[in-house]
Design a protein around this ligand. Structure first.
Ligand code: NAI
Ligand code: MG
Length: 496
């Protein structure tokens, strides 16, 4: 039987044929050290691209370039001009959408169908949405009580911003950070994840084609420990916007302490997916499987903890397990793939460690837990469902970041709320019920930045996204997302 694989478009073939340099000050240049690293195809473990590996000196050069571009006038450019460029970039990504879907699918392993449906349109949507804020970030006039004084505020761009992003939604996270930063008038150094640098570099080419002034966007791939750390501790960077692990989030905070740069963080999650006894179990089974298994479970908002009322636990577990075992696992570029490989051997090992810990602590695997049949190479794992999970188990507490669902049951609403909030995280939560009064009451009791009622993975660039507790600092997207890249200046005028 022949398997249909999306053939690479010519631009992608050409892009992958050359080692990819950095974008610094509008020029494509290799690492000062000459160092490179390789991008591996998670479906095979084979090398398919070579990328310059950023060191401290490269980060220094990129920050200098961003500073010059900031001082040269990007910050003062009319909002309408920034809006025009952001819209132009959105149009260009749209015209090259398939290239981004292919690059991210190859680099991260995700199904190309998901990249086409979610990652790329979301990236485009963010540039369009934030182009609107470029002309609307305004201050206020404050009615002060001091006679004869005028007091007003203005919002100014914060300055040079370091953007550090992960590998699970590569072009999307690049857009989620670039769009608000650029709309506010900041200049940036973007450090993509070492696992998935390619789509950011292709985006850099379109940023130049769109006509952004040199140095407004600089892109330097490299390791977290070297390039990321150099950016986070750099004395001339005014802010870091980071998405990734809570562990590295802590390191960013420590590194930022030197010059007290501003920090916004979008970190891990351990989202509860709550099922009340009156919910439509057929609908919930589809949604619960999708909430955890989409993008191989490599999502901060994955619905990892299914909290189902004990009266319908058995039925729902069986229905979700049925759906899990029916998921078509395969290479991301294969057109019928519903779930791809994990991003790396490291991630597969990490998730494997959680499977062992779950079993050792007494949980039981209902389905999955192994390598899918017929996929001998690559970082594949079957969609996995654990039951008999206790809230105290490691698999119920820590972010697994793989296709592993933990099912727990509850008996009354207070028990449910206690269990739902019983992790250090607070990113997202879901509630399934036809009792809307109960749904709103529960939403109010969730320690989570986002609550989904009878849905999951509902997103919009206009709706704030971010975490309570150890899921992060600040809110991305929406007005708050743009304002995160500004400072507020209060101006007093003595009119007497
Ligand atoms: P990570 O947090 O190490 O990597 C994310 C980004 O941070 C990458 O660009 C990386 O190069 C950079 N980085 C790493 N160390 C750094 C440092 N010391 N200073 C500055 N930047 C640094 O995530 P990793 O190791 O790839 O995955 C580990 C776990 O993190 C996952 O299993 C998952 O639990 C969580 N994670 C959460 C994400 C989210 O969307 N919130 C995304 C990726 C990972
Ligand atoms: Mg790491």
């Amino acid at each position: 039987m022949s398997i249909e694989v999306s053939p690479l478009v010519d631009n992608v073939k050409a892009f992958l044929a050359q080692p990819r340099p950095f974008l610094i000050d509008g020029k494509w240049i290799a690492a000062r050290s000459g160092a490179t690293f390789e991008s591996l195809d998670p479906a095979t473990g084979e090398v398919f691209a070579t990328v310059s590996d950023g060191g401290e000196k490269d980060i220094d050069a990129a920050v200098e370039s961003a500073r010059r571009a900031f001082d040269r006038g990007w910050a003062q450019a009319p909002g309408a001009e920034r809006a025009r460029l952001l819209n132009r970039l959105a149009d260009l990504i749209e015209a090259h959408a398939e290239e981004f879907a292919q690059l991210d699918s190859l680099d991260s392993g995700k199904p190309i169908s998901l990249a086409r449906l979610a990652d790329v349109p979301t990236a485009i949507g963010h540039f369009r949405y934030f182009s609107g804020w470029a002309t609307k970030l305004s201050g206020e006039t404050i009615p002060v009580s001091v006679p004869g004084f005028l007091n007003y505020t203005v919002r100014e761009p914060i300055g040079v911003v370091g953007l550090i992003i992960p590998w699970n939604f590569p072009v999307m996270f690049a857009a989620v950070k670039l769009a608000p930063a650029l709309c506010a008038g900041c200049t940036v150094v973007l450090k993509p994840a070492e696992q998935t640098p390619l789509s950011a570099l292709r985006l850099g080419e379109l940023i130049q084609e769109a006509g952004f002034p040199d140095g407004v966007v600089n892109i330097v791939p490299g390791s977290g420990e070297i390039a990321g750390a150099a950016l986070a501790s750099h004395p001339d960077v005014d802010k870091i916007a980071f998405t990734g692990s809570t562990e590295v989030g802590r390191k960013i905070i420590a590194a930022a302490a030197g010059n007290l740069k501003k920090v916004s963080l979008e970190l891990g999650g351990k989202a509860p997916n709550i099922v009340l006894p009156d919910a439509d179990l057929d609908v919930v089974a589809d949604a619960a499987a999708d909430a955890i298994f989409f993008n191989q479970g490599e999502a901060c908002c994955a619905g990892t903890r299914l909290l189902v009322h004990e009266s319908c636990r058995r039925e729902l577990v069986d229905e979700v397990a049925k759906r899990a075992s029916a998921i078509k696992v395969g290479p991301g570029l294969q057109s019928d793939t519903q779930m791809g490989p994990l991003v790396s051997q490291e991630q597969l090992d990490r998730v494997g460690g959680y499977l062992e810990s779950g079993l050792a602590q007494g949980a039981r695997i209902v389905t999955g837990g192994g390598r899918p049949a017929g996929l001998e190479r690559g970082y594949f794992l079957e969609p996995t469902v654990f039951e008999d999970v206790e809230a105290s188990m490691t698999i119920a507490q820590e972010e697994i970041f793989g296709p592993v669902l933990t099912v727990m049951s509850w008996h009354d609403i207070d028990d449910l709320v206690q269990k739902a909030n019983d992790t250090v995280y607070g990113l997202a939560a879901g509630i399934w019920t036809n009792d809307l009064k109960q749904a709103h009451a529960l939403a109010a009791r969730m320690k989570a930045g986002t609550v989904w009622i009878n849905c999951w993975n509902a997103f919009d660039p206009g709706s704030p996204w971010g975490g309570y507790r150890q899921s992060g600092w600040g809110r991305e997207t929406g007005r708050l997302g743009a304002e995160q890249y500004t400072e507020v200046k209060s101006v007093w005028v003595n009119m007497n």
